[in-house]
Write a protein of this length. Structure first.
Length: 626
């Protein structure tokens, strides 16, 4: 059978072939139809739980599943072979991310009859979390008020439905795109956590129980909204001494757990409330009750998307990336994979979520916005740039009528892996990213270093690139192309910027004229518009590696740019200090039929200084038939 195993902590899950397990006397063997992927799987993969749940590696991962019983141990009376079941195994056991799983018969239940097995697989973890938090720990009653953080996530959506079934008033925190979805689930008070403090919104509302899926400051603030005697149940931590006692960890780990939760417990005591950490336990009886609630239409599973079983590492990356409306699942069933539940795509750079894609065992962070239809435009960034270096006004205007995608190169921003040391290696990383996205054709806009990569990509893959835009860039071997690697042009201006307490791009991208200074201030202001999920700035070693790649590009033999036969737009400022403007004329002369625009009184960032004009030219270029 195929299974996904963890070979060492921190490594990617690996697909492998292994024998089908033999069920023990009290076990059933289930052919997995679908399995849920959860944040706890990532915490286990990263090694966060290894002191609490040590087990030998390699080990098959995964905790929740649905499928068909194909064999049963001698002591099993129910379920029977042929029954459709769903269940959860604790993290000490795992094993659900495999085509077959042997599991204690007492931990599974007959699956709800009114939904598919794929839908049933979305329930076990969320159902057990909601039940054990609200019923077993909180003992909530009709008329009480419950606050649920992450109200449209995999756990939060089921918790809202259960709380409403129990007769509670429900408050939920969500992001703005999910406000209506939370109301549809039954939430009475919906709080957009990005624009409103939940503690202020709930001032004067006596909250009896908080189900916290976030931890950290959210948990601490949640303690303050509880009435005296209320309870906060946390599933993201920190663990508390009662949990340590239940799982039987060694004395040293007990002390560590006590220390980890000390701040939260002290705060809870001072407010007269209780804090409980919840780590769910398998419970077939609870799942049987939930199956009844689903068949009674009191509860419905909420699924964001379903991926084929072979894409399990991507499913885990999707969970880590967040922003899902409901559960993320993998399936072995042909035709059961689906697209995202929410078809609303982001339209602004400031609000586009950081998405994650597993590409050749590394994680690539990217943003994807604008209409889904048509040929997407892929943006390739300049030296030292992360996603947050793109001008929001520029991207937003392009995304009004086309799909726009930008990503962090390996080792840059949120992407993992080694920083490519040559333009050719950067180009390969683009090809791999585009192939993993499943795109057959793209338009490309490369700025500065990104323009080098765009040229190489178009030469290597003329079948892939439909339209090309080159901004502030030059050809391989062009005279002066290595200029950005000189201290006077990069490190010198970085020192100037540090002394002036500003961004080096103020000096590198814009002339020191009145209009240039004004454009620089406006540009830098726009770069700060995004406040959520910002990238980490490029590290010094990564920056130096890109510098070396530029130097090698400048010293390489010229390429035959006449081989670029697709429509090409070239743009620059008339006084580019980083990549000399003369090189834009050179590229224009060497690419047949290309169009050149040179903006007056501007430099390397001329396309941002003349943003409206450049966007208009790009849109006309991309929309005009060849």
């Amino acid at each position: 059978m195929k299974a996904f195993v963890l070979e060492k902590y921190g490594s990617q899950l690996r697909e492998t072939n292994m024998p089908v397990p033999t069920p023990g006397p009290r076990e059933v063997l289930v052919r997995m139809a679908a399995a849920g992927v959860n944040p706890a799987d990532e915490r286990l993969r990263s090694g966060e739980f290894k002191a609490i749940f040590p087990f030998p590696l390699p080990k098959v991962m995964g905790g929740e599943f649905a499928g068909e019983v194909v064999a049963a141990g001698a002591a099993v009376t129910a379920p029977a072979v042929g029954d459709a079941v769903y269940g959860y195994v604790d993290l000490a056991a795992t094993g659900a991310l495999s085509e077959f799983i042997a599991v204690d018969a007492s931990t599974v239940s007959i699956a709800p009859r009114s939904v598919s097995l794929t839908e049933a697989a979305a329930l076990p973890v969320a159902a057990l979390t909601a039940w054990q938090a609200l019923v077993e720990i909180g003992d909530v009653k009709a008329g009480q008020t419950v606050l649920i953080h992450g109200g449209t996530g995999g756990v939060g959506s089921i918790a809202i439905e259960l709380a409403k079934h129990l007769g509670c008033t429900v408050a939920a925190t969500v992001s703005e795109p999910n406000v209506e979805a939370a109301r549809e689930l039954g939430a009475d008070i919906v709080i957009d956590y990005r624009s409103e403090e939940f503690s202020q919104r709930l001032a004067g509302v006596p909250v009896d129980l908080v189900l916290d899926t976030q931890g950290g400051n959210t948990l601490l603030a949640s303690l303050g909204v509880l009435r005296r005697g209320g309870t906060a149940v946390g599933i993201s931590g920190p663990p508390d001494p009662r949990f340590a006692q239940r799982v039987g960890v060694n004395p040293l780990v007990k002390l560590a757990i006590r220390a980890m939760s000390a701040r939260v417990r002290r705060r809870a005591r001072s407010l007269g409330v209780d804090y409980r950490f919840l780590f769910i336990s398998p419970d077939g009886a609870v799942l049987r009750r939930f199956a009844e609630l689903v068949d009674e239409r009191a509860i419905r599973p909420v699924i964001d998307h379903v991926l084929p079983f072979g894409q399990t590492p991507q499913a885990l990356a999707d969970v880590v990336g967040g922003g899902n409306r409901g559960k993320v699942l993998v399936t072995t069933e042909p035709g059961a994979a689906t697209g995202p539940l929410s078809q609303r795509r982001p339209t602004t750079w400031a609000t586009a979520p950081n998405e994650r894609l597993v590409v050749r065992s590394r994680t690539v962070v990217y943003r994807d916005l604008g209409p889904q239809d048509g040929v997407p435009l892929v943006l390739l960034a300049h030296l030292g740039a992360t996603l947050d270096e793109w001008d929001p006004r520029f991207v937003d205007a392009l995304a009004e009528d086309r799909r726009v995608i930008a990503f962090d190169q390996p080792g840059i921003g949120g992407s993992t892996g080694s920083v490519p040391g040559t333009v050719a290696a950067m180009t390969r990383s683009v090809e791999e990213f585009i192939a993993t996205l499943g795109l057959a054709q793209i338009d490309v806009l490369g700025f500065s270093l990104g323009g080098f990569v765009a040229q190489q990509l178009t030469l290597d893959r003329p079948d892939l690139v439909r339209r090309l835009v080159l901004a502030g860039t030059g050809p391989a071997g062009g005279e002066g192309i290595e200029r950005p690697t000189g201290a006077a042009y990069i490190y010198g201006d970085m020192v100037r910027a540090a002394l002036a307490r500003t961004d080096a791009k103020e000096f590198l991208f814009f002339p020191r004229t009145h209009s240039g200074k004004s454009a620089a201030a406006a540009y830098l202001s726009r770069l700060s518009e995004r406040v959520m999920d910002r990238d980490e700035p490029i590290a010094v070693p990564a920056f130096h590696r890109q510098i070396m790649a530029i130097r090698a590009w400048g010293n390489t033999a010229p390429q035959d740019l006449s081989r670029i036969c697709i429509p090409t737009l070239i743009a620059n400022g008339d006084n580019d200090r980083m990549v000399p403007t003369a090189l834009s004329y050179d590229v224009h002369a060497r690419i047949p039929g290309s169009t050149l625009i040179v903006y007056p009184d501007s430099g390397h960032g001329g396309v941002f200084q003349y943003g409206d004009e450049f966007v208009s030219a790009v849109r006309d270029h991309l929309d005009t038939d060849a």
